[in-house]
Design a binder for this molecule. Structure first.
Ligand code: NAP
Length: 282
């Protein structure tokens, strides 16, 4: 039997076991995927010891993603760029790390908007400059876009992100002032919220979308609630919207493939399973 895990602290809120459990059942595989709570002080030991406990690999969530980045022996180029690792596996005795949030974000856009969506997008506005923003920008940089603007409440973090992710990319990466979003919004055909604003219990992200291009797409990576105030405001302006749940589902695909040897599909059934769980938790 192949065993995988999701490790974090706390970990009981993680929906990854539901996603991987659904796929294990759907594909009739002899495997397991379990939650493991590991305090930061013990994470190094966990990283060195999980293989001896019979695990093929697993996911890493808060607050361990940066520690995992430093603790692995090899990283994918994508993880290197993002500066965080959320997926671990062993290959020929070597501990590897990847960051699949970037793929999850882009995979969700591809699935929701159809491949080739970039043809209608020259300029992207990314709101936020935390860990998730780095993955989102790294994912966008793999696509033939002209420019990405990053705006963050704490401007210096947007500058840091742009400095770290700019090298080697063909897509122009610039910062925009949080107070002057109104100047960028009319030029952005894709607007992405990666801040925690709009999440249940947080204030909404209040931006004026009235001057957004008519063909703009607004997407939020927050998925609790599924329709954030930002997405509701975009829909009210007749703009296309993409919710954040698909990113969570798509980011799980590469790990499952590595541990269990099957490329799983993100299906409406899987989405319904997770939606039901989100509803039950309300
Ligand atoms: P993080 O590293 O803590 O970053 C938080 C971001 O939110 C920062 O840019 C922060 O700005 C901004 N922010 C927080 N409060 C704000 C406020 N009152 N006004 C303006 N900006 C504010 O968090 P993260 O890991 O990037 O995650 C961000 C969100 O993405 C979370 O809600 C998380 O659940 C979600 N997420 C979703 C997925 C998915 O699969 N859909 C994956 C990863 C994350 P400052 O720098 O100024 O503090």
């Amino acid at each position: 039997m192949t065993k995988a895990f999701v490790v974090g602290h706390p970990i009981k809120h993680s929906r990854s076991p539901l996603i991987h459990g659904h796929w294990l059942k759907a594909y009739g595989l002899d495997g397991s995927y379990e939650r493991i709570d590991v305090a930061p002080v013990d994470f190094g030991d966990f990283l060195r010891g999980f293989h001896a406990q019979g695990f093929a690999g697993g996911n890493v969530t808060l607050p361990h993603k940066e520690m995992a980045f430093h603790g692995v022996e090899r990283r994918t180029e994508r993880a290197q760029r993002v500066g965080a690792v959320n997926t671990l596996w062993l290959k020929d005795g070597v501990l590897w790390g990847d960051n699949t949030d970037a793929l999850g974000f882009i995979g969700n856009l591809d699935a929701s908007l159809g491949t080739g969506w970039e043809q209608d997008v020259e300029t992207v506005l990314v709101l936020g400059a935390g860990g998730a923003a780095r993955a989102v920008v790294a994912g966008l940089q793999d696509r033939p876009l002209k420019r990405i603007f990053v705006a963050n409440r704490t401007g210096s973090k947007a500058e840091d992100l742009a400095r770290d992710l700019r090298p080697g990319s063909a897509v122009s990466l610039e910062t925009a002032a949080w107070e002057a979003l109104g100047r960028v919004i009319p030029h952005a055909q894709l607007i992405v919220n990666t801040t925690s604003l709009g999440m249940a219990g947080q204030p909404p992200l209040a931006i004026d979308l009235s001057r957004a291009p008519r063909n703009a797409v607004v997407t939020d990576i927050v998925y609790v609630p599924l329709e954030t105030p930002l997405l509701a405001a975009a829909a009210a302006q007749n703009l296309r919207t993409v919710d954040g749940l698909g990113m969570l589902l798509h980011q799980a695909v590469p790990g499952f493939r590595r541990w269990f040897g099957v490329t799983p599909e993100v299906t409406p059934e899987l989405r319904a399973v997770i939606l039901a769980d989100l509803e039950a938790a309300r």
